[in-house]
Design a protein around this ligand. Structure first.
Ligand code: DQA
Length: 137
């Protein structure tokens, strides 16, 4: 089973970015925790701050991998392009967010990803990624 975790803009700063919202752990550290837990899953991790690179990655793995765990970060609320690519591929996509976006500013209540996603998991901190992986097993 092959699953890609795909993180969007500013998530490379996890650990130092608004720790009161996103926690103190870097994603690289947490990725090791996930790899140690899901030993029978081939987990891959990719992060980009660039919309087109995220679309390129979805297209690249989207006809061969078993799942994509996507945190499109701020692009969630703006990107018709990423939303369309989620709909274009065969691989199921689970949308995740670290924070509960519905408790935050109004502009975060809109998602261009959700309508094409298999499901959405949000508000559980980094554990949102763990729950998303479990949803594919
Ligand atoms: C986020 C929520 C988004 O609104 C925000 O722009 C992010 C992170 C989250 O994981 O909680 O960058 O996707």
């Amino acid at each position: 089973m092959k699953i890609l975790i795909l993180n969007g803009p500013n998530l490379n700063l996890l650990g130092k970015r608004e720790p009161e919202v996103y926690g103190k752990q870097t994603f690289e550290e947490y990725f090791k925790v996930l790899q140690a837990k899901f030993t029978n899953v081939q987990l891959e991790y990719y992060q980009s701050n660039i919309e087109g690179e995220l679309i390129g990655k979805i297209q690249e793995v989207g006809f061969s991998y078993d799942g994509i765990v996507l945190n499109a970060a701020a692009y969630t609320h703006t990107s018709v392009g990423i939303g369309d690519s989620v709909k274009a591929v065969e691989t199921p996509v689970v949308e995740v967010h670290i924070s509960n976006t519905h408790k935050r500013e109004d502009f975060r209540h809109v998602s261009y990803i959700s309508s094409g996603a298999k499901g959405v998991i949000l508000g559980f901190g980094l554990q949102s990624y763990d729950l998303a992986i479990q949803s594919f097993l």
